[in-house]
Design a protein around this ligand. Structure first.
Ligand code: FAD
Length: 385
């Protein structure tokens, strides 16, 4: 750390990405190590509580695995009256309890002598200068060599959005099959891409989500009516208790933010509003885990490495082609997802969706897609991704 610098690194936002980065920094900055990166995480919340349900296919262990509350080895996709059941013995679909996640992150940081989590304070101005970056917070000004910026950003107009509302409910009778996740239950004849997601924690306890892919979010009442109708029609329920609600809007840009084209080399945007989220799926948690681990390792091995992209150019290109297809042919989305889950072996597909695909996995995915339409989309996106 130079004399002119308060911190080597300032992380804006102590949410999922910020705490994951913080955790890895605590592990690299081993006690007694000479090469310490003094880091500060600025987070406006004054305390943490459970606010989200993070699910993903787990391909590798993470330091937050103690926060995994459930694992499923079966999931379904339904469209036009057909249901396909996928299974994987080796790659479970897991649910992370966000409250436990925050506890693990906070405990690691509290035990560290080089990462500080400052709660109840927000960044108000971030300005590059000749020494690095000046970060003004509500209470103080800091000088940093580098900044990782995970703050939410405004979403560009007109792009596809994944918008959803979820209710975690309890019922008085056994209703749900706790062995199988309903990943996508497509609504026939919907005006946009619309499906339900059911995460069954027990026969009487599940998260039910209504999800749309479209450019405009709906009124709160519309999502509530959709979930109510689904619970009545799909599960024959007339009564339930809502234990928890969550809502989200995830950007699905064709041309996702590109870290190599960011305006300032010392300010690295990460997280849901940068390249971390996979735009074609909306999954962000597993990508943040891998990116944060690699990013922090790079800080300690390559002094000039400032930005590690979440995915390869090839994966970005696949995302752009797929989103282009969804924008042009929303009425075919259900059929295409159904084909993918039915035709591609589960482990190959989840590797592809997790950006871990092997060459043969890409080939299998391409074979499962309608050739003509996808070739046209692919030509529109010739290597711009
Ligand atoms: C309801 C919901 C469910 C989701 N489910 C899944 C899922 O199942 N699987 C999956 O992979 N992804 C999921 N996601 C997407 C994604 O994983 C989450 O949004 C995740 O929290 C993104 O992490 P992040 O660090 O980018 O943002 P956050 O976790 O939101 O962290 C950003 C942080 O920045 C802080 N901040 C705001 N303003 C300032 C400021 N001025 N200065 C400093 N800090 C600031 C915020 O307080 C916040 O803590 C879900 C998203 C939502 C909203």
């Amino acid at each position: 750390m130079s004399d002119a610098t308060d911190f080597d690194l300032v992380i804006l936002g102590g949410g999922m990405t910020g705490l994951t980065l913080g955790y890895h920094l605590t592990q690299h900055n081993a006690p007694g190590s000479a090469d310490k990166h003094q880091s500060l995480i600025l987070e406006p919340r004054s305390d943490y509580s459970r606010d989200k349900t993070w699910c993903y296919w787990q391909h590798e262990a993470t330091p937050f695995d103690e926060a995994i509350s459930h694992r499923w080895h079966r999931w379904t996709v339904s469209c036009n009256g057909h249901t396909h059941v996928s299974e994987s013995a080796t790659t479970p679909y897991v649910r992370v309890d966000s409250a436990r996640f925050y506890e693990i992150g906070q405990a690691a940081i509290a035990a560290s002598d080089c990462v500080t989590l400052r709660l109840g304070d927000s960044a108000t101005q971030v300005l590059p200068n000749k020494h690095g970056v000046s970060v003004q917070s509500e209470r103080e000004t800091f000088q940093a060599c580098r900044v990782f910026d995970t703050r939410p950003a405004s979403i560009p107009e007109g792009i596809l959005l994944q918008h959803f509302v979820g209710w975690e409910i309890e019922t008085d009778t056994d209703v749900f099959d706790p062995t199988t996740v309903t990943l996508m239950d497509f609504v026939p004849g919907a005006e946009d891409i619309h499906f339900f997601y059911v995460l069954p924690m027990s026969p009487r306890h599940a998260l039910i989500e209504t999800t749309h892919f479209s450019a405009r979010v709906l009124d709160e009442t519309a999502y509530a009516a959709e979930i109510t109708d689904y619970l009545r029609e799909r599960f024959g329920l007339s009564d339930w208790q809502i234990k928890h609600r969550e809502t989200g809007v995830i950007p699905m840009p064709r041309h996702a933010p590109n870290l190599s084209r960011r305006p300032n080399s010392r300010i690295v945007p990460l997280g849901l509003h940068s390249d971390t989220v996979k735009p074609s799926t909306g999954y962000c948690y597993p990508h943040a885990q891998v990116q944060a681990r690699r990013q922090v390792a790079a800080l300690f091995t390559e002094p000039n490495a400032t930005a590690i992209a979440a995915r390869s150019r090839l994966n970005r290109w696949f995302d752009a082609v797929f989103i282009g297809f969804l924008e042009q042919h929303p009425e075919r989305a259900g059929e295409i997802f159904f084909r993918l889950f039915k035709s591609v072996p589960s482990d190959a597909l989840t590797r592809f969706l997790g950006d871990n695909a092997k060459p043969a996995d890409y080939f299998r995915v391409m074979l499962a897609l309608p050739k003509g339409t996808f070739i046209l989309q692919a030509m529109r996106h010739v290597w711009r991704a």
